[in-house]
Every structure is written in C-alpha cells, then in structure tokens.
Design a protein. Structure first.
Length: 392
C-alpha cells in the first residue's frame, strides 16, 4: 500500500468516526424530542385545568426568537424552522390529548358520518353557456340524467346554487394550457359553496363555419377567451384574421350559425357543429394537443361522497417571512401530497394574496383531521372548499 492509499484509508476511518458521532447526536436529539413531547402532555393537562388555549402566539414567537439567538446568525433561519416544527408537533399532540377539534374538522367528521352511498345520477344542475358548451359536456360526464339550466354568467351559476334554484353547479376552474380560469377563482372568494366532485375533460377545438364557407375565406373568428388563448398560434396562421370574444364557445357557434356572412368562423367543440348546422373546416386546432380542462361541481351543502381523495382549500397567510413555509411545513410533516398551489390577489386589499391548495389525501384519513385542526394556527384566514373525487 503506497502513501496515497494509506492517506485515503485514514480519511475514510476519520469519516467513519465522524459519522458515529453524528449518529450519537441524532439519537440524543430524538430522545430529547420524546422528552419534550412528554412535557407537552403535562402542559396540555395544565391548560385543561385552567382553560387556557393551546395556541399561544406570543410565547411561540418569543421561543423562535430565543432559538435564533442561541445559534450563530448564519444558522438562525434553520433554528427558527426547527423550533417552529417542534412547537407545531407539541400543539398537535395537545389538541389530540384534549380532544379539541376545529370547526372545520367537526364539520368534515359530520359529513363523513352522513355520507350518501353514491353520487347522484339525477339532479338539477346549473352551468354557464348554451347547449353544446364544454360545461354542458362536463355536466353529462358527471351526471347521467341531469335537469340542466343555463345561465349567462359564472356568477349566476353560484347564485343559483346558493339560492336553491339548482342542486349543483358546474364551472371550469383550470386548463392545462391556459391556466386557471381567474374569474371563477375570484368568485370563489365571494360565495359560499363546497366542491363535491370534479372532472377532467379533453378539449379538442374545431374551426366551425357555415356550409359552403372555405377556411381560406375566414377573416373573423368568434370564441371564448380561454379557447382563443389555447388556439393562439392557429389563429395567427389565418391571414388578416380578427378575433371576437364571446361568453363561451357554444355561443360563438350559435352566432356564426345566425350570421349571413361567409367570412366568419367559430372555435368550438365538434358537437356544436351538429347542434348549429355548421361544418368542420379544421379539427384539433388547439396549439397543445394535450389540452384538458378541469371542471368543479359545487353544492350549497357540505357533502362528502365515497372515495373522496382530493381536497381544495383557500388560505391567507400573514405578510411576513416564512408565513407560507409554515403552511407548507404542515403538509410535509403529515406526509400529504400537494397537487396544486396558486396565489390570487385579494380584491381591494393591497399586496395581499389568497392561496389555493389542492391536496391528495382521503378525507377520512387521521392525518387529514390533524391538518384541518392545525391550519387555522398558521393562517390568518382559512376556508375549506370540500373533499371530492375527480372523474378522469
């Protein structure tokens, strides 16, 4: 063995010793963590006797500051995270020991106990648009025998559900190409509702024209803004083409069918061609062939149907460093997968944002209840939007 080999062997031996020390320290940390949790149980009993709340924001803020002071500045942010996680674990254990559950957690438990055996096949359903719109296709995907009522706007769909004129409403919430339907998300902030099911619909747009109209003759295209966004490259390929935005794709097809001009076209579904006596001048005109839209089925009452695996929530965090991390840390600590995270500005509140989360966790799972109990502690506002199954 030459000198270099001996040096490598000595280095490996030193690393082995270092790792043994690290393992020993980690064991001590685990033991101290368990000791801390035992003490937390005593704290819970004291709070039971005195009626004090589990969450003491002022003390936790002071504890985090103290943890940061005990380490060098370059490690202070890590110390803050560790201390925050320790206190959250203690808080969760205290809530469980005291049997204290959040209002949301109790509502979810009641909904699970009263869950119907299956999702209804027949119902009164509200959606925006006219016959042939993608919302109508989504309704048929969700219900076998719906009694469908059309409304001019998304807001009127929410109103119909809230006022009891419809059992359910179906609205588009997200497209794989164009992103979220912002207007629907804004309305979510203002209306009381629950998502009870969702579906993912493949969107294949067609260029629809009057009989005898050629694609080369088209100079005006009617469609919904989302469809226009999804077909932007295709529309740009039509020479001297102007775009007119309609409230939905089916309405665009209806307008073309009623027009006496031979230079107009609509971007809509193939079913609209049959409904409105139009011809398909071109098919699959979306720029991205992997084009899907998610639709949410909403209800006035909280109902959790069997198989609910997906949950949507809205939350507002404080405007300070680490606020969003404290929320995300809850998902990580409970091993709950996050399917979607999106922020939206809150109207009339400068530089404040509402965060939308979709999570993958059965509503009946124990960790789901822990999450619902703890989110209010790390959010300034928190709203549960429902647990449901997504139909693909």
């Amino acid at each position: 063995m030459d000198i270099e080999d001996r040096e490598i062997g000595q280095t490996m031996k030193d690393l082995s010793e270092i790792r043994k020390r690290i393992d020993h320290i980690d064991t001590e940390i685990s033991q101290l963590f368990m000791e801390r949790m035992d003490v937390s149980a005593d704290v819970a009993e004291y709070k039971r006797a005195t009626g004090k709340p589990v969450y003491d924001r002022e003390r936790e803020r002071a504890n985090i500051a103290a943890a940061c002071e005990r380490v060098p500045m370059e490690l202070s942010s890590y110390a803050a995270v560790i201390q925050s996680v320790l206190m959250q674990a203690s808080r969760d254990a205290q809530y469980k020991q005291l049997g204290q559950r959040s209002e949301v957690s109790r509502e979810v438990a009641q909904a699970l106990d009263a869950a119907p055996a299956y999702f209804p096949a027949k119902a009164r359903v509200a959606c925006q648009g006219v016959e042939g719109a993608y919302q109508q296709i989504a309704v048929d995907r969700l219900f076998r025998r719906p009694t469908l009522t059309y409304y001019n706007t998304f807001e009127k769909v929410f109103d119909a559900v809230e006022q009891g004129d419809a059992d359910f409403g179906v609205l588009p919430i997200e497209n794989s190409t164009a992103g979220s339907v912002n207007h629907v998300y804004d309305l979510m902030m203002r209306h009381d509702f629950y998502i009870v099911r969702s579906c993912r619909l493949k969107i294949d747009h067609c260029l629809l024209v009057q009989p005898q109209t050629r694609k080369e003759d088209v100079r005006i295209v009617y469609s919904h803004q989302q469809a226009i966004n999804q077909c932007a490259d295709y529309i740009a390929s039509i020479p001297n083409c102007r775009v007119h935005v309609c409230e939905n794709t089916a309405k665009a097809a209806e307008m073309v069918s009623q027009s006496e001009r031979n230079d107009v076209a609509a971007i809509a579904s193939r079913s609209c061609a049959r409904l409105y006596g139009l011809e398909v001048a071109d098919q699959n005109v979306q720029d991205n062939q992997n084009n899907y839209t998610r639709f949410a089925c909403i209800s006035k009452d909280l109902t959790i149907y069997p198989g609910a695996q997906r949950t949507s929530i809205m939350a507002v965090t404080s405007h300070e460093p680490g606020a969003l991390y404290n929320v995300l840390a809850r998902f990580n600590a409970l091993d709950i997968n996050l399917l979607k995270l999106e922020s939206r500005p809150i109207p009339n509140r400068d530089f404040e944002f509402m965060f939308y989360f979709d999570i993958d966790c059965p509503a009946a799972a124990p960790e789901f209840g822990v999450l619902m109990d703890s989110l209010a502690d790390v959010c300034e506002e928190f709203r549960y939007l429902g647990s449901y199954t997504e139909v693909v």
